[in-house]
Design a protein around this ligand. Structure first.
Ligand code: ZN
Length: 206
């Protein structure tokens, strides 16, 4: 397996490409923007190799490239079920207040439930509902890896002052992550990669 990070958009969102090396099947996580560079990276993996476009939550800086990536790859768009409505609401997805141009995004193909499992190639992923930053934020978890969106950052955690945010829920979500057994590499929605063991020790929000 391999993970490639591409930083996209004005807010420096981490977009990731996960590749199951055994099969060459891929997923793209949080295409927060789309440009020639991202297109060239996707083309390098193969536009027909993508099973999923996975969205950790509905905010525009994580999803604004979704139409273009869908058009290019035909991959299924997946988001946690309670964040799906936010894709269609320019205030909940923050595109109106942040960019001045309200945008809505395509309907997802899959609306995940908590603990739902799906496969990218031969690799099984589990969805963990981690509300707090938004009502339907989730983490995508597979062998030793967590894509944590804006729930968990290196030494920090997501804001809870946007529509649907809740500090109480965020703390519960971080506790559930901390209670996972063993160590995981953590790929957050912004800033640096970290590990669950490190954050358990040093992240004050955990
Ligand atoms: Zn966000």
């Amino acid at each position: 397996m391999s993970v490639k990070r591409i930083t996209v958009g004005e807010l420096g969102t981490n977009c990731y490409i996960y590749c199951d090396d055994a099969t060459g099947r891929c997923a793209i996580i949080d295409p927060g923007d789309f440009d020639d560079y991202l297109q060239s990276v996707i083309e390098k993996y193969g536009t027909d190799k993508f099973d999923y476009i996975l969205l950790t939550h509905c905010h525009f800086d994580h999803v604004a490239g979704v139409s273009s990536v869908k058009e290019l790859t035909g991959a299924k768009i997946g988001i946690f079920l309670t964040d799906a409505p936010g894709l269609r609401d320019m205030f909940v997805n923050l595109s109106a207040p942040f960019t001045g141009r309200g945008e809505v995004y395509p309907k997802p193909d899959v609306e995940f439930a908590d603990r739902e499992k799906f496969k990218v190639g031969e690799t099984e992923f589990t969805v963990m509902h981690t509300p707090g930053h938004t009502v339907g934020s989730c983490c995508f978890i597979t062998d030793g890896i967590i894509f944590s969106g804006d729930t968990l950052f290196h030494m920090s955690a997501g804001r809870t002052d946007f529509p649907g945010g809740s500090m109480t829920e965020l703390r519960n979500s971080l506790r559930r992550l901390a209670e996972l057994e063993g160590n995981y590499k953590v790929y957050p929605g912004h800033e640096d990669t970290t590990s669950l063991s490190y954050e358990r020790l040093y992240n004050m929000y955990m």
